[in-house]
Design a protein around this ligand. Sequence first.
Ligand code: COA
Length: 345
Amino acid sequence: MADSCIAGFAEELDDLAKEYESMKELHKKYKEKLEEVQSMQKKCATLVGHQKKRYKEIGDGIKEKSQGLSGEEKAKCNELKKLVEDRKKNCSEVLDTLPRSNNFFLSTTLGPVSVSILSKKDRFAYKEEYEQFKLYLSIIMLVGATINTFFIKNRICDACYHFLLVWYYCTLVIRESILRHNGSRIKGWWVVHHYLTVLLTSILLIWPDSVSYRMFRNQFMLFSLYLSVVQLMQYYYQSGCLYRLRALGEKSDMYITVEGFQNWMWRGLTFLLPFLFVAYTWQFYNAYSLYQISKHPECNEWMVPIASLIFFCLFLGNLITTSGVILNKLKAKQSTTSSPKNKGS
Ligand code: COA
């Protein structure tokens, strides 16, 4: 009985032998190609580096020599300048598809592992996953803040909620650094904002259950609840932008026109901005309330003035950055509508 079983296994192994050999052959080819790709990446990086350096030198030279020129010579210089700019842009596009070394934060946090995402499609997919992560966490935070505001008033539950916030903002800092490494235009302030929020939520986590804590607790939970709702609106706006930008990037016939994208963006912003400015006012109010609490005779905790200062920094940074973003968008809108190319489109 045992003998026939073993013979059966041997037969099965014999059957698999051919497939095993072809798998080994394929894997060998795969390793060779991988080595080839890596050596091509290195060669490309060296060539692009050299090209970029030379275009910078040539561009500077043309700029210097074109001063004081006029007529045909000036026109020739402008033509050359345009050529240099086009080539530089193409070099940047090539660089986008090559692995880059991590910046200081990423290399100290993740080590020397490469986080370069080499295809546009994968970059969109990573950004989409990041937006979805924020959506799910905003929903969880909304539920947590609702429970803590209206149903359970317990320091341990509060601590669990604060811990969730610390973890969430830490992951955002890492994810956003990866996004920025891969060409996302996320403003530096939003990353700083998340560092400050990690600090703030850590302070809330270790703040003892004292008079000062209880004076601020309900206000903070209500603020968190409101912020979670605003984050859901932000998700709707950001994922809408992402969807439309992807369509613009992928479709050659551009069925969504740039103008169509702009219209959608402005509608989204007009809806979102009042809610954002209410959140900033509330941040200012939190800073003010904490400052008042810090002067209370029974307040001995160092956390109170520090939290007040952080809320104030968040308020100021958010207000300045968001206003700057809107002003830049308005300027860009004006310049596109006044450019002759777009008139009548
Ligand atoms: N967090 C993370 N990424 C952000 C961001 C934010 N707060 N604001 C913008 N970005 C990203 C965009 O997704 C875009 O990424 P991409 O280059 O990968 O496509 C990039 O930064 C450039 O975006 P930009 O054109 O400057 O702005 P926008 O139109 O995408 O968004 C606002 C404009 C005002 C809606 C947005 O900046 C925002 O939501 N700001 C408020 C955030 C805030 O205040 N949070 C705290 C609440 S108290």
